[in-house]
Design a protein around this ligand. Structure first.
Ligand code: ATP
Length: 280
C-alpha cells in the first residue's frame, strides 16, 4: 500500500444475522476490494440493495465483518473501546442522504456543530472559533449559528451536515447518497462544494450513489457493485465512457442527463442494448 493511500479495503465480506433461531447469517458483501487515495474520491455505484450502504457502514466500523481487512492509512479500523471510537470519529465521518433526519431539529446550529468538538474534549472558546470557520467553509452566514436546522432549506441543511462532518478534520468522509434528496440545481451546488472542500483540505471521499451520472462528476475512480460484488472498477473516465460490464452499461443508460443531445445518444444506445438483451 502506498503512502498516498487513505483507505484500503481487501477481500471484505459482511454477513447480517439471519432471521429466526437457526437461521444462517446472510452474506451481503462477498470479497470486496477497493482503494481510495489521499485527496481523491472513489465513487461507489449500484442499484438499491447491492450493498453500497453496508460497505459504507463497514468502513465506519458499524457492519458485521466476517472476512477481510479495512485499513485506514495502514491501520486496521477499530471500534472496541471508547477511545477507539473517538479516534475513528475524528478520522472518518459520514454525510447521509436525508438532511431532514440526520440533523437534530431541536438543536441550534451552534449546538449541532459544538457537539462533535466537545465530545473530543475541546474548550468552548476553541469550539466557537471553529464553528465560524466551518460555517464559512460551507458558505453559510455566521448568523446561522443561532438558528435551528428546521429553519433551513434542504440544500442548506446538507451544507450544515457537511460542516458537522468536517468539524474534526477527518481524513475520509463517507458520502451516502448526499444529493439524492435534492433538486438538480441544488445537487450541482452541493457537488461543487464537496469538490472545493476536497481541493482545499485534501479530504478523501467514498461517494455512494445509485446514479452513475452524479458519481461521474465527482469521482477519480469508480467501483460498480452488483449483488455484493464489485463487477467493474477503474478510473471514472473509463468506466463511464467505455463501460465493460453489462450491468454498468445498464446503470449508465438509466441515468438521467440534462443535456438533450447527450440524452438522444443515450436513448439510441439504450434501444440497441435492449435489442441485444432481447436476442441474447
Ligand atoms: N441491518 C440489516 N440486517 C439484515 N439485512 C440487511 C441489513 N442492512 C441491509 N441489509 C440487506 O443487505 C443488502 C444490502 O443492503 P444495503 O443497504 O447495503 O444496499 P444499498 O445498495 O445501500 O441499497 P439502497 O441504495 O437501497 O440504500 C440488502 O439485501 C439489505 O436488505
Amino acid at each position: 500500500m502506498s503512502e498516498s493511500t487513505t483507505l484500503d479495503v481487501s477481500d471484505l465480506a459482511v454477513a447480517y444475522p439471519g432471521r429466526g433461531l437457526r437461521a444462517k447469517p446472510i452474506e451481503v458483501l462477498h470479497g470486496v476490494n477497493l482503494t481510495i487515495r489521499a485527496g481523491e474520491t472513489h465513487g461507489l455505484v449500484g442499484e438499491s440493495g447491492s450493498g453500497k450502504t453496508t460497505l459504507g457502514r463497514a468502513i465506519l466500523g458499524l457492519a458485521p465483518v466476517t472476512r477481510g481487512t479495512i485499513l485506514l492509512k495502514g491501520e486496521p479500523i477499530r471500534r472496541k473501546t471508547v477511545s477507539d471510537r473517538r479516534r475513528l470519529a475524528s478520522r472518518v465521518q459520514v454525510v447521509f442522504q436525508d438532511p431532514y433526519s440526520s440533523l437534530n431539529p431541536a438543536m441550534t446550529v451552534e449546538q449541532l456543530l459544538t457537539e462533535p468538538l466537545r465530545a473530543q474534549g475541546g474548550t468552548r472558546d476553541a469550539a466557537s472559533t471553529r464553528i465560524h470557520e466551518l460555517l464559512d467553509r460551507v458558505h453559510l452566514p455566521a448568523e446561522s449559528m443561532r438558528r435551528y436546522a428546521y429553519e433551513f432549506s434542504g440544500g442548506q441543511r446538507q451544507r450544515l451536515a457537511i460542516a458537522r462532518a468536517l468539524a474534526l478534520g477527518p481524513e475520509l468522509i463517507v458520502c451516502d447518497e448526499p444529493v439524492s434528496a435534492l433538486d438538480l440545481t441544488t445537487q450541482a451546488r452541493i457537488l461543487e462544494l464537496l469538490v472545493e472542500i476536497q481541493e482545499d483540505t485534501g479530504v478523501s471521499y467514498l461517494f455512494i450513489s445509485h446514479d452513475l451520472a452524479v458519481v461521474r462528476h465527482v469521482s477519480h475512480d469508480i467501483s460498480v457493485i452488483y449483488r455484493g460484488e464489485i463487477v467493474e472498477q477503474d478510473v471514472a473516465e473509463r468506466v463511464t465512457t467505455e463501460p465493460e460490464h453489462p450491468y454498468t452499461r445498464k446503470l449508465w443508460m438509466s441515468s438521467p442527463l440534462p443535456d438533450p443531445d447527450e440524452q438522444a445518444v443515450r436513448r439510441a444506445e439504450r434501444r440497441r442494448f435492449l435489442e441485444l438483451e432481447a436476442h441474447a
